[in-house]
Design a protein around this ligand. Structure first.
Ligand code: GRF
Length: 208
């Protein structure tokens, strides 16, 4: 079977691009991208998805009366495209309860630190790397984890480590980690699909 991925992004989209390349190059043969959803019209990742002729949907919070309506639209969109596994790839909104329930255990995220260190609500972007340099740590890295209602707190599925080098800036450390993110994410997605979507029983469980 092919597992239908729903990509959620808000910005650059380099992790999305790496996943798409892994699919195209046969390194992630059990997956296809069913839809790319962005909450920001200007997101370069959204425009890349359009250029690749993938299905895209823009869901901006301003289009909706309230949080619940936004969340419902997100669930409806994912289900309309038959998404089985949700991949957060630089998505900057915390998911609401109805999304977490509809896709419980079937939402993955990547974070640019060695979780549980340097995770949580305010640990985003260059702040993560600045905190690592301020400590100072000898190494950092990236983590793919299952998304739950605890920000950056779900089960850890895979990590890669990188050294912190003398003279590193938040930007240089981010760049070194990003290269590892691109390798890690598709590796973990492949393993996750093999584990959770290969037998008849789990396919049924995964059906939404
Ligand atoms: C990555 O650093 C990822 O770890 C974090 O957001 C960033 C997204 O980068 N969650 P990109 O949009 O995939 O290039």
């Amino acid at each position: 079977m092919t597992c239908r991925l729903g990509i959620l992004l808000s910005g650059r989209g380099s992790n999305f691009a790496a996943i798409q390349s892994a699919i195209e190059e046969g390194r992630l043969p059990q997956a296809e991208i069913a839809v790319v959803i962005s909450n920001r019209p200007e997101a370069p990742g959204l425009h890349l998805a359009e250029a690749l002729q993938l299905k895209t949907v823009l869901l901006e919070k301003g289009q909706f009366e309230n949080r619940l309506a936004f969340d419902q639209a997100l669930v409806d969109t994912l289900q309309a495209y038959g998404v089985q596994l949700v991949i957060l790839a630089g998505y900057d909104r915390i998911l609401g309860q109805s999304v977490l329930e509809a896709y419980s255990g079937r939402i993955l995220n990547i974070h640019p630190s060695l979780l549980p260190a340097y995770g949580g609500k305010n640990m985003v972007g260059l702040k993560v790397h600045q905190a690592v340099l301020d400590k100072p740590e000898a190494e950092s890295g990236c983590t793919v984890h299952v998304v739950t209602d605890e920000v950056d707190g779900g089960e850890i599925l895979g990590q890669r480590r990188v050294p912190v080098l003398p003279g590193d800036t938040p930007e240089s450390l981010a760049e070194r980690i990003l290269a590892e993110e691109h390798r890690l994410y598709s590796d973990v997605i492949r393993q996750f699909i093999e584990t959770h979507f290969s037998s008849k029983e789990t396919v049924q469980n995964a059906a939404v």
